[in-house]
Design a binder for this molecule. Structure first.
Ligand code: PGA
Length: 255
């Protein structure tokens, strides 16, 4: 990994209380050494303030799990980039659960990515094929389409802070991770797609693998030339296991 690795924990709708969220964040922060991988915690929106405050000055960064494209107005239940930017350095955009359960579209992802960049928030844009798309042989087509859409309103990639997460939907929360080779193939395709817009910028972008990443399988992904880290769901809720994934990223990047 020549790029600085990024290991992001997507806590999804967990834990149930601010106290537990703060305790988990503190536990992670205490276990990750300073230095190489950028360690990002993405708590639920309601715990962002408490978690951000609890880890101020420590070696972990904060991300939101979603973000509205708009700055303010009649958007019930949404959180704007103006609200997030003081708390969160990153925002996951277009996670497959948002696409599947909340109707997020490629166009919506495009607008959110552009809005995040415009407001100084680093988007972690999630792309990945569903099982039926993989079975139909359209993995590459889906990954390219979603990647092109995600950058559709950016003029250039260099300096944007963009991060892409390749998350095959069938691998999320199933215990059935992609193979290292599949993750590499999709990541190389994503980088080539980014390079159509900005060849230099494409080399800067951390591309993460997500989908049933654990302390046991992480190193294999990180050894791939185009995989620069991980977006971790279930395993990010246990501080020790999550810190072990960060340590695996540190080992590969120090080689
Ligand atoms: P998982 O989730 O690690 O639990 O598979 C990954 C994600 O949804 O980002």
């Amino acid at each position: 990994m020549s790029r600085r690795p990024v290991v992001a924990g997507n806590w999804k709708m967990n834990p149930a209380s601010a106290d537990e969220a703060v305790a988990l964040a503190r536990d992670v922060a205490a276990r990750v050494a300073g230095g190489s991988p950028l360690t990002v915690l993405c708590p639920p929106t309601i715990w962002l303030s408490a978690v951000a405050e609890a880890v101020t000055g420590q070696q972990v960064r904060i991300g939101a799990q979603n973000m509205a494209a708009e700055e303010s107005g009649a958007y019930t239940g949404e959180t704007s980039p103006l609200m997030l930017r003081r708390l969160a350095e990153f925002a996951i955009i277009g996670h497959s659960e948002r696409r599947r359960l909340y109707g997020e579209t490629d166009e919506g992802v495009r607008d959110k990515v552009a809005s995040a960049v415009a407001h100084g928030i680093r988007p972690i844009a999630a792309v990945g094929e569903r099982l039926e798309e993989r079975q139909a042989g359209s993995t590459a087509e889906v990954v390219e389409r979603q990647t092109r859409a995600a950058i559709g309103r950016l003029d250039r990639i260099a300096g944007s802070g963009l991060v892409i997460a390749y998350e095959p939907v069938w691998a999320i929360g199933t215990g059935e991770a992609a193979t290292d080779a599949d993750a590499q193939e999709a990541s190389a395709l994503i980088r080539a797609t980014l390079a159509e817009l900005d060849p230099t910028g494409a080399e800067e972008v951390p591309i993460l693998y997500g989908g049933s990443v654990t302390a046991d399988n992480a190193a294999g992904f990180f050894a791939q030339p185009d995989v620069d880290g991980a977006l971790v769901g279930g395993a990010s809720l246990q501080a020790a296991g999550f810190a072990a994934i960060v340590a695996a990223a540190a080992r590969v990047s120090n080689r």
